[in-house]
Design a protein around this ligand. Structure first.
Ligand SMILES: Cc1cc2nc3c(=O)[nH]c(=O)nc-3n(C[C@H](O)[C@H](O)[C@H](O)COP(=O)(O)OP(=O)(O)OC[C@H]3O[C@@H](n4cnc5c(N)ncnc54)[C@H](O)[C@@H]3O)c2cc1C
Length: 584
């Protein structure tokens, strides 16, 4: 037994020691564990939840890996990447850390591919496509993974992907299928039929579970990585929550203090502890402390209550500094008022809804504030900036007409062609989704200034005719157009809002996690407030500050760095341990 320095409580010394202890089982933690185990170190992952995989398993699973050169020379280069990043990153960015990312991300991706994780580039424009050095081939995905390869117990224990990435909350969709359905591309009905047939033909799985064995998106990536993690003998302990860090007299981190089914005990770490316990998006106190604008935990689209900043709090107690904590990885969200559901079921990511033709977003003054079709993080940042200026954002409103409603999803319900208005729960009307015969009436219902809303809609209808949005340039670049409607001309993101009935839903500034956290250096070491590394302590993923400062350069820009700095942390630990052994 020993006495916790933080609480004075008596803690059981479990007598267990691993070479490396990783806290959190998301992308950053899995990668750190995999790489360290591959180099011959013994590794334990301590995971607070009853399922593993973190937000990462629920995600789209896209990684932004510039200059990846997967499948041959893509024409991208280190120089072109740095040129792009120089033009888009914001805030005080550590150049060494940024360079470490650019140099190591391709190595990390090739390493994964080399050990059997199926990675492939996905066509996706960088989020600032007009900036120098931008490309449309830097995003990388793992298309699918047969979840049952994890073994039946682990197949059930990995977090399922985000509800809205499954058709009818059941049939797993890969990215191609998601886009085909979202845009109702030619042949989408056949795509649906194939997905359903494939699911029901899998009799052996249907006998044991409703869960689709075909893992897609984040579940595919994490499933494929965890296959490698388990093959290397890493121990994963669920329901094991980091409470504090254990330190020796010289200030070196020597392990973690956890709670596990009510027991508190310590687990020793011979060579390093990697904090990969996600961000602080579910901690209202930390949000209020760090963010410049109000925002609620339940607007986050990450799994409810998992990431509460405990890694950050424990590191701060040891004197760790923080960086980039003023922002989340923003994404506009809507919260559906479901009768019986967790936040994870209720939340709808509106990232692509808001840039579709026949719609407009306004603040509570009835005025536009952004190119609505821009990247989701930039949209959120614009909400924050506008709120700081006007006090009339967060939420803002998405207004659309019957043409939009017929064709696109909005507010978490499917297009009217699948889900007509009479199938929407009656208690949602005029509480969550608003409908009226005229724009005036709609503005009155949602209590926005009628004249301002009418004028905004009039202007948008003019822009739809000319195809040019002189205010914000909506539809003026390839990123916007990628998620527009190619059948709408002259601008795929602009269509007149002129067909009754008219609709409105409130849009919150949600998130995919937090952008900032513990300050780390180019080797993923935790840096204290005096600028020195805290010996034995590393952080990666959303538990640490990201390498780009305030910006989201392209699709996969959170998981790319999470995996890369998990990889870097493991490399540094292995190097310092002097204990490198060939992979077993
Ligand atoms: C629906 C959705 C789609 C997304 N799509 C993408 C995408 O395609 N590409 C992209 O780059 N980003 C995407 N994101 C964001 C991305 O998923 C996260 O930023 C990323 O997964 C964070 O990885 P992580 O390893 O830092 O944290 P996580 O994956 O959240 O893992 C952290 C883990 O730590 C555990 N933990 C927390 N506290 C403790 C504690 N005290 N003790 C022990 N364990 C603890 C948590 O339970 C969790 O399992 C998406 C997010 C969502 C919600």
């Amino acid at each position: 037994m020993w006495q916790s320095a933080a609480t004075g409580e008596m803690i059981l010394d479990n007598g267990e020691t691993f070479d490396v202890v990783v806290v959190g089982s998301g992308a950053a933690g899995a990668m750190a564990a995999l790489r360290a185990a591959d180099q011959g170190l013994s590794v334990l992952i301590a995971e607070k939840a009853h399922k593993f995989g973190g937000t990462s398993a629920t995600s789209g699973g896209v990684m932004w890996i510039p200059n990846h050169q997967l499948g041959g020379d893509t024409g991208d280069s280190r120089e072109q990447t740095l040129e792009y990043l120089a033009s888009v990153t914001s805030g005080p960015v550590n150049p060494e850390k940024l360079h470490a990312y650019v140099d190591t991300a391709p190595e990390m991706a090739r390493y994964l591919k080399g050990i059997g994780v199926d990675l492939t580039p996905a066509a996706w424009p960088d989020y600032f496509p007009d900036r120098p050095g931008a490309r449309a081939d830097r995003s990388v995905i793992c298309p699918t993974f047969d979840g049952r390869q994890l073994g039946d117990d682990r197949y059930f224990l990995m977090r399922e992907q985000f509800n809205r990435f499954k058709l009818f909350n059941r049939y797993a969709m890969d990215l191609t299928e998601t886009f085909a359905l979202m845009m109702q591309q030619k042949g989408w009905r056949l795509t649906v039929a194939k997905m359903i047939a494939r699911y029901w033909r899998d009799r052996s799985t249907r006998n044991v579970s409703h869960r689709d064995r075909r893992f897609t998106q984040g579940a595919a990536l994490m499933g494929a990585v965890y296959k490698q993690v388990f093959d290397r003998g890493v121990e994963l302990r669920l329901e094991t929550k980091l409470e504090d860090l254990a330190v020796d007299g010289a200030g070196r981190v020597t392990g973690i203090e956890v709670s596990n089914f009510g027991r508190k005990y310590t687990i020793g770490a011979r060579h390093g502890v990697v904090l990969a316990a996600g961000g602080f998006e579910w901690n209202q106190e930390l949000r209020d402390r760090f963010y410049p604008v109000p925002g609620l935990t339940r607007h986050s689209s990450t799994p409810e209550d998992a990431n509460r900043g405990e890694g950050l709090i424990a590191a701060e107690k040891l004197g760790a500094d923080t960086e980039h904590t003023g922002e989340g990885w923003w994404i506009p969200t809507m919260t559906l008022p479901m009768a019986k559901a967790s936040n994870f079921h209720e939340i709808h990511q509106a990232a692509f809804d808001v840039g579709r033709p026949w719609s407009v977003c306004v603040n509570r003054n009835g005025v536009r504030f952004v190119d609505e079709a821009t990247g989701y993080d930039s949209f959120g940042q614009a909400m924050v900036d506008d709120h700081l200026k006007t006090g009339a954002n967060m939420p803002c409103w998405l207004i659309f007409d019957a043409k939009f409603r017929h064709k696109f999803s909005a507010g978490g319900f499917m297009p009217a062609v699948h889900t007509p208005d009479d199938k929407i729960p009656s208690d949602w009307w005029d509480h969550y989704v608003f409908r009226a015969g005229t724009i005036d009436e709609l503005a009155r219902k949602i209590r926005l200034p009628v004249a301002a809303v009418t004028e905004t809609v009039r202007k948008m209808n003019e822009y739809a005719k000319t195809g040019v949005d002189p205010e914000f340039g909506r539809g003026g670049n390839i990123y916007d157009q990628f998620f527009g409607d190619p059948t709408v001309t002259p601008n795929p993101n602009l269509g007149p809002i002129d067909t009754a009935p008219f609709y409105a839903v409130p849009i919150n500034n949600g998130d995919l996690g937090t952008k900032g956290g513990i300050r780390t250096d180019a080797r993923a070491r935790v840096i204290d407030r005096g600028g020195n590394p805290i010996p034995g302590l590393y952080a990666a993923g959303n538990n640490a500050g990201n390498p780009f400062g305030g910006c989201y350069p392209g699709a996969g820009a959170t998981i790319g760095p999470a995996m890369t700095f998990g990889f870097i942390a493991a490399n540094d630990i292995v190097e310092r341990s002097g204990n490198q052994r060939p992979s077993g």
